[in-house]
Write a new protein. Structure first.
Length: 245
């Protein structure tokens, strides 16, 4: 019997927030096509675990989103495997400092390719399927799309571009497809560590006085995909109120 459950493509799903989004949407009944670039082993393990829960319900896709052909290929591979596409979560992101005196054209190209160009061309490739199934797109932006972060001008600009694409695509794809974004605040401490003083300073700028959890971001994504039927072109801040500071 053909599986008619919904299908979602999630980029950057190998670890951290993307991995939790995959787990949450899979638990909600989706079949999940999960992309990673440098987290291949973690992605393979997650796909195997999800398929143990429901056979054939998860797919691993590997691609370098800096390559112009990668977005369309991801969408094609997802549809070839599952026969449909109902949702897209653009979570993959490039992030590193690019101080004004040190930034290069190659860094500009990489940050904008991964953070803005790839989500646009994934939407382009997925549009027909999303329209057919009245689907949705959720883009992961950032608090720093609106609040500049010192030494990260290109990252912030690329995420601002993604916020504008969210609004523009909401108009382009309406009325069949909704397009929204989630802008996380501090969710997980950096893996390279952060000093106790730096952590306390960040929490002092967060009205709810804590960092968030990957589960909270994943639930926001699920709500925008599944329940927010009259919401489009919106960026949902899940940051403990930090955008107010």
């Amino acid at each position: 019997m053909t599986d008619s459950s919904k299908v979602v493509l999630i980029t950057g799903a190998g670890r951290r927030i993307g991995a939790q989004i995959a787990t949450t949407l899979h638990a909600a009944g989706y079949r999940v096509a999960l992309h990673a670039h440098r987290s291949g082993d973690a992605l393979s393990a997650r796909v195997a675990a999800l398929c143990t829960q429901r056979a054939g319900s998860a797919l691993a896709l590997h691609a370098d989103l800096r390559l112009p052909e990668a977005p369309a290929q991801l969408v094609a591979d997802c549809i070839a495997a599952f026969g449909r596409l109902d949702g897209v979560v653009n979570n993959a992101s490039a992030f590193y400092p690019t101080a004004l005196g040190e930034a290069t054209a190659a860094q500009w190209d990489e940050l904008f390719a991964v953070n803005a160009r790839a989500p646009f061309f994934i939407a382009q490739a997925a549009a027909a399927q999303l329209r057919q199934h009245h689907g949705a797109i959720v883009n992961l932006t950032d608090l720093h799309a609106q609040q500049p972060m010192r030494n990260h001008p290109l990252y912030g600009a690329s995420k601002s571009a993604l916020e504008m694409l969210t609004r523009s695509l909401a108009l382009e794809l309406a009325p069949q497809v909704r397009v929204n974004a989630v802008a996380p605040g501090a969710i997980l401490w950096p893996e390279e560590g952060k000093s106790s003083d730096a952590k306390q300073a960040l929490l002092a700028r967060t009205p709810l006085a804590r960092i968030g959890t990957p589960e909270e971001i994943a639930e926001a994504v699920r709500w925008l995909l599944d329940e927010a039927s009259f919401v489009t072109g919106h960026t949902l801040h899940v940051d403990g109120g930090r955008q107010l500071s």
